[in-house]
Design a protein around this ligand. Structure first.
Ligand code: HEM
Length: 211
């Protein structure tokens, strides 16, 4: 299965912006975060990206994180709109095979027949079933949307000058926890791409713009 041009472009921009965003997010200091900023008490400074022994006042990386976050959310919303179309590879049904009985049966078949290969680092070619890969794609988009939704709430609710309300700290915790899920899925995704390419399945040309 090939992907429509719109999906290919969306994916390239999303991959680029999201990888930069995740790196910036891990490295930045957050204005307003710090020991005093923690209304819940147990939110550590490092976890909240605060400065050692004090509160961060300004951070260009945080500004970049906010701007890039809005771009990523826009790209995700475009992907959601594309999921409502029947463009090749775009439809939402591709991303959630486990929602349908036939998809669940296919997933069980693939896991049953391919598990032994996975344990040895071998992936079956896409022709032998794509439900597992598609499920990972769907979960990546879903977790990215949840990260983005929490990010938008933080954009409006985070106090850059100090103490946070309890609910906004919880949103912050959720944002970080979902980033962990997304990073795990992204690592799986990239590992699968590398293994497929090494086995000569050339899946990259299916998603490359202009490919
Ligand atoms: C780090 C760089 C990345 C590389 C090298 C990469 C590579 C690929 C490749 C080769 C495919 C085609 C799979 C197939 O043949 O079915 C693909 C599909 C896909 N990737 Fe990535 N990817 C990357 C980052 C991301 C990111 C950050 C996301 C977003 C959360 C993402 C989400 C998806 C989705 C959803 C698909 C299926 C196409 C679609 O439905 O939009 N990828 N990726």
């Amino acid at each position: 299965m090939g992907y429509a041009a719109a999906i290919r472009w969306n994916h390239s921009l999303l991959a680029l912006c999201m990888v930069v965003q995740l790196l910036v997010g891990e490295l930045m200091d957050v204005p307003g975060a710090g020991e005093e900023a923690s209304a819940l008490g147990w939110l550590g400074v490092a976890w909240a990206h605060g400065a050692e022994g004090g509160m961060v006042k300004e951070s260009w990386m945080f500004e970049l994180h906010e701007a890039l976050g809005l771009v990523v959310v826009a790209l995700l919303l475009i992907r959601v709109l594309l999921a409502m179309t029947d463009l090749p590879g775009a439809n939402w049904r591709h991303l959630v095979p486990w929602v349908f009985a036939a998809g669940r049966a296919q997933l069980a078949r693939e896991i049953g027949s391919q598990m032994e290969g996975w344990k040895q680092g071998r992936l079956a070619p896409p022709e032998e079933g794509e439900s597992v890969a598609r499920s990972v794609h769907g979960l990546m988009l879903l977790s990215a949307l949840l990260v983005g939704a929490a990010g938008v709430l933080l954009f409006f609710g985070w106090n850059e000058h100090g103490r946070q309300s309890e609910w906004i700290e919880m949103v912050g915790e959720f944002h970080e926890a979902m980033v962990g899920v997304l990073e795990f899925l992204l690592a799986l995704h990239v590992l699968a791409v590398i293994l497929h390419q090494r086995q000569g399945h050339d899946i990259v040309s299916r998603i490359k713009p202009g490919g």
